[in-house]
Design a protein. Sequence first.
Length: 131
Amino acid sequence: AITLYGNAGNSWHGASGTLVQWGVTLGVPLINQVNGFVDLSRYWANQRYVQQYYGVTPSQSQTSHYGAFNAHMSGTLYANAQMGVAIELDRDMDLIVSHGRSTASAMLMESPLINQKSQTISALVLTRRFP
């Protein structure tokens, strides 16, 4: 099965900017009650969001050890890739285990608040369906 997904968020007053996520998940049955999947996703933000969460104003720079950074554009923040399994424990419960990598864009790496180009991402999720 292939799932395409996306979502967008904006603060109530708009001062924090807009963050958008989109991606695709490909799932394949492996054995009884076990499905494997690969998920690829991207995070995009407008200039206001990048400045709010990754920017360093000149006054903030003076009171911290970080250099000033003013976001000059909107763009992709992160590209994520992960793989995992979904195990049906019983009729109402699943266990999902995933592991992958999140990679920051060149634009985001300009921020002094980001010190790693990529990092490992993992998840362990227990889900329950209610009638």
